[in-house]
Design a protein. Structure first.
Length: 192
């Protein structure tokens, strides 16, 4: 055995130890999404497809499909936002899209917010929702609907309620993912 294994290393008393490095602040900028953001948006969304039941999608979203949806949102002047940190990494995404994908219903939209795994629990979802609602109102949208999974999304339901969304219904067993039945909670907010 080595001598240092017998002798315990001396340590400075706590008041003489250097302070640990400061946690970097959680900084971000919220801005309109661009086509260049879509590969990163897809990565954030597909994380939820593969690892959670907050979306009932079972197959990862392709870049082609995402580009089509983004093109429709852009054509209709729908808010589509990203949160980006100072290093240029996307932390989250939020968008509205015509209810049921029907462009005739463009004054009634469904809201979607997805955060990167490292950005959850830090208040970013609230900031994105607040900005998204303000931008949706400016865009002339009248009603916003949130369709949220009834399991594992209690925080999302409560966040929407804090922003004035009212529960308008529940549907049970409308999705089957990860070997279990899932339902949805529907909430609605009037903007005009």
């Amino acid at each position: 055995m080595l001598e240092e294994e017998y002798d315990q290393r001396r340590q400075l008393p706590p008041h003489l130890r250097p302070a640990p490095p400061a946690e970097p602040g959680f900084e971000y900028e919220i801005r309109p999404a661009t086509a260049e953001d879509l590969p990163n948006v897809r990565e954030i969304y597909n994380h939820y497809v593969l690892n959670s039941s907050v979306t009932f999608d079972e197959k990862p979203l392709t870049l082609v499909a995402l580009r089509k949806k983004f093109a429709v949102a852009t054509k209709l002047a729908m808010p589509y936002l990203v949160a980006e940190n100072p290093r240029g990494n996307l932390l989250g995404v939020a968008w509205v899209f015509p209810w049921q994908g029907d462009t005739a219903s463009r004054k009634v939209v469904e809201v979607s917010i997805y955060l990167g795994p490292a950005a959850t629990g830090k208040g970013l979802g609230k900031v994105l929702l607040e900005r998204l609602l303000a931008d949706a109102k400016t865009a002339g949208i009248r009603e916003v609907i949130a369709v949220i999974a009834d399991r594992g999304a209690e925080a999302s339901i409560q966040m929407h309620k804090k922003f004035g969304f009212k529960e308008i219904g529940r549907m049970g067993k409308v999705g089957y993912k990860f070997d279990r039945w899932l339902g949805t909670v529907m909430l609605q907010k009037k903007l005009r």
